[in-house]
Design a protein around this ligand. Structure first.
Ligand SMILES: NC(=O)C1=CN([C@@H]2O[C@H](COP(=O)(O)OP(=O)(O)OC[C@H]3O[C@@H](n4cnc5c(N)ncnc54)[C@H](OP(=O)(O)O)[C@@H]3O)[C@@H](O)[C@H]2O)C=CC1
Ligand SMILES: O=C(O)C1=N[C@H](C(=O)O)C[C@H](O)C1
Length: 269
């Protein structure tokens, strides 16, 4: 079995720590590096110190040092951090698994451009369950294309900085595509005051932030006399970490290209 040399970005973050633990536990992976931005807590310390079992890998703020032995970088940080890592990885042929959310169009275009130089899996949600839920939404949207109002409701922990979640936006895009609509035109992201009646072609979004909610997503298809709710609820971040490792395995034989979790899980078609 070939061992994957994986580095983790945002090493001290909620996902960074879970990813380090998952890499340490995987039979086919080795923690080959850990990076975080200058000034972040934990720089200069062992990346797995929080597990009580040092990995012999120091968290570096210098990418050349932190990524020296890495074939893969798993990055769940912030758009500005990911874009910096992206440029380095593209230049040095390091494959990337990107879970960061909140990119603008220019950021997404930069990821697509970097995928001409290295292989990338980019997804707002690495859990198997969420990606299967996306397929269900596609089917439901096609079957309920008239007479049902579509609303996406998401809830996350109080520390989350972007809204709506990347997953909620992706759900909206999947539904809009299935209905031949453009989310940029039909997405409604806020309602207040006298809003007028609901536009039947709109897809609405509502965001809840509180406590330690890991990640809940529900899509309502609300008709007259009935409503359908398709929900996914995460109770652990481990599912995201396992999905990210699966994405690394998928990239093993890909020199370049931009992929998503549908590709990794063979859910296309
Ligand atoms: N695709 C998926 O399946 C999932 C995606 N996510 C996404 O992953 C991202 C991280 O989430 P989470 O772990 O909860 O967030 P955290 O804030 O806990 O972790 C982010 C980490 O990145 C670091 N960081 C912040 N800014 C930069 C920067 N400019 N350059 C490099 N590193 C930086 C933070 O350092 P510091 O602590 O100093 O700020 C921290 O270590 C979010 O975008 C979230 O939406 C989360 C879960 C699943
Ligand atoms: O910030 C989080 O925690 C999560 N972010 C992702 C998103 O924005 O969709 C995925 C998951 O919901 C957890």
């Amino acid at each position: 079995m070939t061992e994957m040399n994986i580095a983790i970005a945002g090493a001290g973050g909620r996902m960074g720590r879970i990813l380090i633990e998952a890499v340490q536990q995987a039979d086919d992976a080795r923690l080959a590096g850990a990076v975080n931005h200058a000034g972040a807590p934990g720089i200069g310390e062992d990346a797995a110190a929080f597990l009580g079992q040092p990995a012999g890998v120091i968290v570096e703020s210098d990418l050349a040092r932190g990524l020296a032995g890495a074939q893969y970088l798993i990055d769940f940080t912030r758009p500005e951090g990911t874009l910096e890592h992206l440029a380095y990885c593209a230049e040095h042929g390091i494959k990337l698994v990107i879970g960061t959310t909140g990119f603008d169009e220019a950021g997404k275009a930069a990821i697509a451009a970097a995928a001409k130089k290295t292989a990338i899996v980019f997804s707002p949600n690495f859990s198997v369950g969420v990606n299967v839920t996306m397929k269900l939404l596609e089917q439901a949207a096609k079957a309920l294309s008239t007479g049902y109002d579509i609303e996406v409701v998401e809830a996350h922990h109080r520390f989350k900085v972007d809204a709506p979640s990347g997953t909620a936006l992706k759900m909206g895009e999947v539904i809009a595509d299935a209905l031949g609509r453009d989310l940029k035109e039909c997405g409604v992201f806020a309602r207040e005051g006298v809003t007028a009646e609901r536009d039947p072609s709109s897809i609405g979004f509502a965001t809840i932030r509180g406590g330690d909610i890991v990640g809940d997503h529900t899509v309502l298809f609300a008709g007259i006399g009935e409503r359908i709710e398709i929900s996914h609820k995460s109770s652990s971040r481990v599912t995201y970490a396992h999905g990210a490792l699966r994405a690394c395995r998928f990239l093993a034989d890909k020199p370049t290209g931009l992929f998503d979790m549908y590709d990794v899980l063979s859910l296309n078609g």
